[in-house]
Design a protein around this ligand. Structure first.
Ligand code: PEP
Ligand code: MN
Length: 349
C-alpha cells in the first residue's frame, strides 16, 4: 500500500509508480477516501527492490506492509481514518437509524410513503425499502422494479437517503441510475464473490455506499470482513458491515442474534457496524431489546423494519415490522444509550 505525502498522487506521480510496479508484475489500484487516497499494490508486493524504489520517491510518505487477509478493511490500514457519511450522519459519531418497510408493495405505494414520513418523524435518518426480494419460495412475491420509483419518491419527499437490496448486476445498474444511496447485499448473497466484485466495480468513483449483511450461515469473522474487502478493493471503501443474525436458529428467534460480534469486528476492522435487529429476532416485540443490545455492544447504527400498518405489509412486515410509535420509543432509548456510551467528540477530547 502506497501512502502519498499529499492527499493524492498527481497524474504524473501515479504514472511513475505504475511504471515501477509494472516492472515487477504488479498493478496499482487507487482507493479514494474522503480525505486522502491510498494506492494498493496488486500482485506480489514483497519484492524488496520494488519497495526500495517506491520508498525512494520524495512524494511517498511510506509503504504500508500489513500482513492481513483484508489489507484495506484491517483496522491497521490507512483507511482507519476513513469516515462514511450517510445523509447527514457521520458513522462513528452519531447513531444512524435506517428504518422502513421490508418490502415496497407496488400495488399500495401510499403505504411506503406514509411509512417513510412516519419513520422520519420517529427519528430515522435513512429509509430502507425492498424493491427486489430474495424469497425462500419461488412463488412468493419477488419484488418489482417499479417499486424503485416509489422508493426514490419517498427519498425526495423526506429528504432522506435510501437503502435497497440488489441481487444481480441489473439491479445494481438500475439502483445506481435511480440514485439509491446505499446498496444492500443481503445475507443470502453475502459470500457471492462475483456479486461482491460487481458491486465494488459499480460503486468505484461514486459516493454510493454498500451495506453488507453477514452471511445467513455464520462463519469466521475474517470471512465477513474479507467479503467487505472484495467490494473495497475496486476503489470505493464505503462499506458498512451489518450483523443480522445467523442460522442455526435459536428456538423462538428467527435467527441466532449476533449483535455481540460488534466489539470483535471493531478489534479487526475500522468498518462501521450497523446492526439489523429485525431479521435477527424476527418478531416485532423482541426488536426494541435487540436494538438496545446492539447499541450497548457498540453498533454505529441500526437497520429496522417498520410499517404504518404491519398486518397489511408484505414480505417480513406482518411479523417483524415495528409500528412508527414503537420505533419512536426505541429510537429515543437507543439514542440516549448511545449518548451515554459515547459522549460527544468535544467531551471526549
Ligand atoms: C431484508 O433486508 O429485507 C432482507 C431480506 O435481509 P437479509 O438479507 O438480512 O435476510
Ligand atoms: Mn425483510
Amino acid at each position: 500500500m502506497i501512502l502519498p505525502k499529499n492527499s493524492r498522487l498527481t497524474p504524473e506521480q501515479l504514472a511513475e509508480v505504475t511504471a515501477i510496479v509494472t516492472e515487477f508484475g504488479c498493478k496499482i489500484q487507487p482507493i479514494v477516501g474522503a480525505v486522502r487516497s491510498i494506492y494498493a499494490i496488486v500482485g506480489d508486493e514483497r519484492d524488496e527492490l520494488m519497495i526500495n524504489r517506491l520508498e525512494g520517491l520524495d512524494y511517498v510518505e511510506r509503504i504500508d506492509r500489513i500482513q492481513s487477509p483484508f489489507k484495506l478493511m484491517d483496522r491497521r490500514s490507512d483507511l482507519a481514518n476513513h469516515r462514511l457519511k450517510i445523509g447527514h450522519v457521520t458513522l462513528g459519531e452519531d447513531l444512524l437509524i435506517i428504518a422502513g418497510q421490508c418490502t415496497i408493495d407496488p400495488k399500495n405505494p401510499n403505504y411506503y410513503l406514509e411509512t417513510s414520513l412516519a419513520v422520519k418523524e420517529a427519528g430515522a435518518n435513512a429509509l430502507r425499502g425492498g424493491v427486489w426480494k430474495p424469497r425462500t419460495n419461488p412463488y412468493s412475491f419477488q419484488g418489482d422494479a417499479r417499486s424503485l420509483e416509489i422508493l426514490m419518491d419517498a427519498s425526495r419527499r423526506t429528504g432522506l437517503p435510501v437503502v435497497t437490496e440488489v441481487m444481480e448486476l441489473e439491479h445494481i445498474n438500475l439502483a445506481l441510475d435511480a440514485g439509491v444511496h446505499v446498496l444492500q447485499i443481503g445475507a443470502r448473497n453475502a459470500l457471492n464473490y462475483s456479486l461482491l466484485r460487481q458491486v465494488g466495480r459499480a460503486i468505484a468513483g461514486r459516493t454510493t455506499a454498500v451495506m453488507l449483511k453477514r452471511s445467513i450461515h455464520s462463519g469466521p469473522l475474517a470471512e465477513f470482513i474479507s467479503a467487505a474487502e472484495y467490494i473495497a478493493a475496486f476503489g470505493n471503501p464505503n462499506v458498512i458491515l451489518c450483523p443480522r443474525g445467523t442460522q442455526p436458529q435459536l428456538e423462538g428467534y428467527r435467527n441466532q442474534p449476533d449483535e455481540s460480534i460488534t466489539p470483535l469486528l471493531k478489534e479487526k476492522t475500522w468498518a462501521p457496524v450497523v446492526v439489523d435487529p429485525s431479521h435477527s429476532v424476527g418478531k416485532a416485540a423482541y426488536v426494541p431489546a435487540a436494538a438496545l443490545a446492539a447499541v450497548a455492544y457498540g453498533a454505529d447504527g441500526l437497520c429496522i423494519e417498520a410499517h404504518v400498518n404491519p398486518p397489511h405489509g408484505i414480505g417480513d412486515d406482518p411479523k417483524q415490522a415495528v409500528t412508527p410509535s414503537a420505533l419512536a420509543e426505541l429510537v429515543k432509548r437507543c439514542r440516549a444509550l448511545h449518548a451515554t456510551l459515547r459522549p460527544p467528540a468535544a467531551a471526549r477530547a
